[in-house]
Design a protein around this ligand. Sequence first.
Ligand SMILES: [Zn+2]
Length: 244
Amino acid sequence: MIDLHSHLDLYPNALDILARVNNENHFTLAVTTSPRAWVATSQVFKGYNNIKVALGLHPEVADQKFNELDLLLTSIHNTDFVGEVGIDGSERYSKTLGKQELIFDSTIRECERAGGRIISIHSRGAASKILSIIRKYPNCGIQIMHWFSGSITELKEAVEMRCYFSVNSLMLKSKKGKDLVSRIPSELVLPESDGPFAILNGKPIMPWEAIDVCFDLSDIWNISCQEAKVKVMENFDALVKAGK
Ligand SMILES: [Zn+2]
């Protein structure tokens, strides 16, 4: 199956689960939190062809990793996938908002210069800012809003811009999450685990469990779980096609 947002390098037993992830998922997007981590992880995950390592600079570490911005921008030309990038507008990171915006803006600009990339985006508390930056660079590629938690108005805007949304089982446990996801056209929905950060029933969601979000999606879409799986796989195929 597939997982469009996994912090695979951050599982405590990452090396032990690589083979299983590679066997059970025919595509796992392993996002990274810094360009240097991308370099190292790309080396370690080499040979696992179903695992794609995305180049990231997580907004929560914008300050600590700011000196890796040049490496990020030059490396965009050497990868098909970018993530995790974005802006975190929550109080805790308000001091680094300027740096976060600068990093995100230059990342998206560089994606456009490189001819477009598939980009996994963190937008907590900053969806409007994210969308206005994306709008500045209409040829930056394909955006996947990961664990979207913005307002309904922001969601509508992102849908109009034809962003994809990667959703996980945990986010569908809340009323707000469920309500938001029910408003996304089904053809824009993709599964993610966000493991090991997303913890369900005391355990991190594993990449091969990302597809289980289809149990909840089948409820929302009023179709069988099997049909929901077919649907998200079709969405993934369309995403890959559009990314080429
Ligand atoms: Zn993440």
